[in-house]
Design a protein around this ligand. Structure first.
Ligand code: NAD
Ligand code: ZN
Length: 359
């Protein structure tokens, strides 16, 4: 199969765009497939946003618990609960941050392909498109709205892996900066830093792609302007963050991360640290590897009054450091992208442990 680039082309980008959701969903309803599935971040359970959803009696509304990252078990459970309606679904709408968007993509893929979520963790394992999927990000930074993967924890296999496929891409996006106003400031910072970190890793890497370079370059300019301004969450900055996140997500499909993401994955697997927070914690110890970007990252924190937690891996047991090392060093391609084919010699366990202790 040819591994070509695919990004969501159909999108509405403006403040208040969520008001068009009803029209987009009703276009998809048909006599044989009248049911729309809404997967909404649990934060919005009692919010105006939910009261305004274009819900028909036959629709399914599921609140996604984003207090931990999505799992194959959780996705399978949501899918199984749709038993009886599965053949009648016209579209899946995901409204939330990366966790909810990834859950929505995975549910759409299962509805189109059957089976279990874990069957599709890997590359190009889906044989058919999913059900029409609409993404509505409420938190900017992961790029999940634009990327062709949905990341799931597989606890049985101790593995965090996405369904990487052109069929995972959203068919329609509603990008409405008004939806991000309620995000707590620290969460907002951690998540938009995912765009920043992805782009700096990719631009400093050996494996490059001209489109990813151009997209990353532009996303970085936007993030830099947001973070060096007075209030990263001003109306204008939230609108810019929506764009930066989308551009970063479009870049991901053609580029590779570097050293930060493997170490961050180590923290997520070993200490259950959420992805975007873990990235920031790692970035605090990256002065030797990404010196210019490290300085900028420190300046962003101080300008915006954010302090990324320190010391979470300072005093662990030897077996925890072993697990951190194993869960990091396994990411061959990003590490090779950052450090070259001899990455294992450059990152012996003692060095990795010292980096974790410095966080
Ligand atoms: P998230 O979806 O995990 O949400 C984090 C917190 O923010 C939650 O408590 C949530 O309730 C809250 N929240 C979200 N929107 C809000 C709003 N408008 N107002 C108030 N609170 C709000 O956060 P995230 O950082 O966007 O996503 C992380 C997930 O994204 C991880 O599971 C990670 O693996 C995944 N990810 C996916 C991709 C991809 O390409 N698919 C890329 C990077 C990360
Ligand atoms: Zn990331």
């Amino acid at each position: 199969m040819i591994n070509f680039s695919k990004i969501p082309g159909n999108l509405l980008l403006k403040a208040g765009a969520i008001s068009s959701l009803g029209d987009i969903v009703s276009d998809k309803r048909a006599p044989a497939t009248p049911v729309a599935v809404f997967l909404v971040d649990h934060y919005f359970r009692d919010a105006e946003l939910v009261r305004g959803l274009p819900l028909d009696d036959c629709d399914r509304l599921v609140f996604v618990d984003s207090s931990s990252e999505p799992t194959t078990i959780g996705v399978n459970k949501i899918y199984d609960e749709m038993e009886g309606a599965q053949q009648k679904i016209c579209c899946v709408v995901g409204i939330g941050g990366g966790s909810t968007l990834d859950t929505a993509k995975a549910i759409s893929n299962l509805l189109g392909n059957g089976g279990r979520a874990e069957d599709y963790q890997g590359w190009d394992l889906l044989s058919k498109p999913g059900i029409f999927k609409i993404g509505v990000p409420t938190l900017s930074g992961t790029g999940a709205e634009a990327s062709k993967t949905c990341v799931l924890m597989n606890e049985e296999k101790n593995l965090k892996l996405g369904m990487n496929s052109r069929f995972t891409v959203f068919d329609f996006l509603i990008m409405d900066p008004d939806l991000t106003g309620s995000v707590p400031r620290d969460q907002y910072f951690y998540t938009i830093m995912d765009t920043y970190i992805h782009c700096i890793e990719s631009l400093n890497g050996a494996f490059r792609h001209p489109l990813a370079d151009a997209l990353s370059d532009q996303a970085l300019k936007l993030v830099d302007a947001i973070m060096t301004s007075e209030d990263m969450m001003s109306e204008n900055n939230r609108a810019q963050a929506v764009v930066a996140s989308y551009l970063g997500g479009c870049a991901i499909g053609n580029s590779y991360v570097g050293l930060v993401h493997p170490l961050s994955a180590g923290l997520s697997m070993t200490l259950k640290t959420p992805h975007c927070l873990a990235n920031c914690i790692v970035m605090n110890a990256m002065e030797d590897y990404y010196p210019t970007e490290y300085s900028a990252f420190m300046a962003f924190q101080s300008r915006q009054g954010i302090s990324v937690p320190r010391g979470i891996a300072a005093n662990l047991t030897e077996s925890q450091y072993d697990r951190l090392y194993e869960a990091s060093i396994v990411h061959r391609i990003p590490l090779e992208n950052a450090l070259g084919p001899e990455f294992k010699e450059k990152l012996p366990k003692e060095t990795v442990t010292q980096i974790f202790k410095r966080m």
